[in-house]
Design a binder for this molecule. Structure first.
Ligand code: F6R
Length: 603
């Protein structure tokens, strides 16, 4: 999805902006552009396609200024094209602006502005904003305060989501920033500030950040930063130091972020497990919960499925998992006796945020789990906990998933402790098993060559089926999603017992079927289901932590045995590697699969 970078300081801004945009490439985009303030003019360069196209253009057509804004666009209103790329200008070429988000009332605003003789040159919703700013600016004194006032008045008229950076040719030292429902961070340097929609874009320059809030506007110059609300009441804001190291968002010698992130899982889980989880709720409050909802999208929802099993077992509270885009539109039966847990790596997924707002409106207590400090989800929730996986750059989620599962297990422990629904001894030994996970994942990673060999055998498959029962079914869903999204192989995940009710019709000679076998009590049943498909000609590949009876499966990969609720954290790792190596064999763009974006900030 769209990305924003900005700079104000003493250095030439073009290389910094281009580098920031490259750091945001993982988010998925179709065009890129830059605006630089040079004396009293704004220089704009745009290109369709990759940031390198923009870079090539700028090598021929230099911009020398020390203050600028930049953007990668992921088309929502209007096709990918140079005309629709940001920055957008107002008709008088006085303002240039980049925007993340969607302006829901842009049609009304466009109509209004056309009545005032403004002309539009793009198909975007964004182009109304610089023109609206200009409209209000013409009614103000031509001072910095007038510029600020014009942006604030325009923001008040906008409906929907926006993070914007605005330049005005009358103020060659100033950038104005504003946001609502779309993230913006400002990084502080020496006599300079870096701006980004996502911290990884600027992590190599600074680790001190201001996180902008909704309905906040910021006036930025190289040596000053002032925060206001849209009524221009000024307030102070705390500078937050991020513990992330500067290599956290670089490949650091790896060919792809995805492999780096798969291999970072022992560290990510270790870091996540270091923090104590104390729910700021009394025993009475926790006892009042009659149900728990876990709401998320995609891989984060799959983490919820694992968490549900653990929470129900330890806390004895009925727990339901829902896809956020469904939950938000179906008037769910949640009330003040409901605890709702929302999971989002980015903390910016539009559906998950909307679902959280709905649950709050209905009086539920809300917990956010996110991997991104200060993300929108975290800001909206009653309570929040972070996974400490470090920036996840590859579109396919890996280390965030396993860290989310760990965090849910820790929440289960904390709830069960208060409720006294599980013995202290059991919780203590569960904790010990959690702490073993990093080294157990290391041992799986040590055997990655055998997974690579398997991928070499199977990369030309057209379809694959993943079968498992109980908690293994959650792993099947996640393994199947990983395969689809980066290798473009069609795959389906089924509870193994469900196969006979239809899908078995798809099995023919040499169909690839994967079985996940960690549920000890269900082992025989799942093996029988695998034998049924084998009898119809399927090739069988198995990941297990059990000692299997004699069999003629085509491939068996063993993972360490751990607590039942933790087995998905180990059994997903071979499938992350499998999807990665298949995509590698197919020479695909692993970190940026087609049609996908890292954080889905629109519905
Ligand atoms: C799959 C994947 C997506 C995300 C989903 C939610 O590998 O990454 O399915 O899990 O888009 O994203 P977050 O967790 O940022 O809300």
């Amino acid at each position: 999805m769209c990305g924003i970078v900005g700079y104000v300081g003493e250095k030439k801004c073009t290389p910094i902006l281009l580098n920031g945009l490259k750091n945001l490439e993982y988010r998925g985009y179709d065009s890129a552009g830059i605006a630089v303030l040079e004396k009293n003019s704004i220089q704009i360069r745009k290109a369709k396609g990759r940031v390198k196209n923009l870079e090539e253009l700028m090598q021929k057509d230099l911009c020398e200024g020390t203050i600028g804004i930049a953007h990668t666009r992921w088309a929502t209103h209007g096709k990918p094209s140079k005309e629709n790329a940001h920055p957008h200008e107002d008709n008088s070429h006085s303002f240039a602006l980049v925007h993340n988000g969607i302006i829901e009332n842009y049609k009304q605003l466009r109509r209004f502005l056309k009545e005032q003789d403004y002309t539009f040159y793009s198909e975007t919703d964004t182009e109304v904003i610089p023109n609206l700013i200009h409209y209000y600016y013409t009614k103000q004194e031509k001072t910095k305060k007038g510029f600020l006032q014009a942006v604030a008045l325009a923001c008040k008229k906008l409906e929907g989501s926006f993070a914007i950076l605005v330049l005005c040719k009358d103020f060659p030292k100033t950038i104005i920033l504003a946001r609502r429902n779309s993230p913006l961070v400002v990084g502080k340097g020496e006599n300079e500030y870096y701006i980004a929609s996502d911290m990884p874009a600027i992590l190599e320059y600074t680790r001190d950040f201001y996180f902008l809030e909704d309905n906040e506007i910021t006036l930025l110059e190289k040596d000053s930063i002032d925060f206001f609300d849209f009524d221009l009441d000024k307030h102070k804001k705390e500078l937050v130091h991020s513990g992330l190291n500067r290599h956290a968002s670089s490949k650091n010698g790896y060919q792809d972020f995805m492999l780096k992130e798969i291999e970072e899982q022992p560290q990510a889980i270790f870091e996540t497990l270091q923090k104590e989880i104390e729910l700021p709720l009394s025993r009475k409050e926790i006892s009042s919960f009659s149900q728990i909802y876990i709401v998320a999208c995609g891989t984060a929802m799959h983490a919820g499925l694992v968490g549900k099993t653990c929470i129900e077992s330890f806390c004895k509270i009925p727990t339901f998992v829902e896809i956020a885009s469904e939950f938000r539109y179906r008037n769910p039966l949640v009330d003040s006796d409901t605890l709702c847990i929302f999971i989002s790596q980015s903390g910016e997924t539009a559906d998950t945020i909307a679902a959280l707002k709905l649950a709050k409106q209905k009086g539920a207590k809300t917990i956010a789990i996110s991997n991104v400090m200060g993300s929108s989800l975290v800001r909206e929730a009653d309570m929040y906990f972070y996974t400490y996986a470090g920036p996840e750059i590859a579109v396919a989620s890996t280390k965030a998933y396993t860290s989310q599962v760990c965090l849910l297990c820790m929440i289960a422990i904390s709830l069960a402790k208060q409720l006294k629904t599980t013995s202290k001894n059991e919780l203590e030994s569960f904790k010990k098993e959690l702490l073993q996970l990093p080294q157990e994942i290391e041992s799986i990673l040590d055997n990655k060559d055998s997974i690579q060999l398997l991928a070499k055998q199977l990369y030309l498959e057209k379809d694959m089926f993943f079968l498992g029962r109980g908690i293994d079914y959650a792993t099947c869903l996640e393994a199947s999603l990983k395969l689809k999204e980066i290798s473009y192989i069609h795959s389906e995940a089924y509870p193994a017992g469900e196969l006979k009710h239809g899908p078995i019709a798809l099995i023919e000679s040499n169909t690839a079927v994967v079985g996940i076998l960690t549920e000890e009590t269900l082992l025989d049943k799942t093996i029988s289901n695998l034998q049924e498909v084998m009898a119809r000609g399927a090739k069988i590949f198995v990941v297990t932590n059990q000692v299997l009876p004699e069999n003629n499966f085509d491939f068996i990969f063993s993972v360490p045995k751990t607590n039942r609720f933790l087995s998905p954290i180990l059994s997903i790792v071979p499938f992350q590697l499998f999807s990665y190596y298949i995509a590698k064999e197919k020479d695909l763009d692993i970190d940026k699969p087609r049609n996908l974006a890292k954080s889905v900030t629109v519905e």
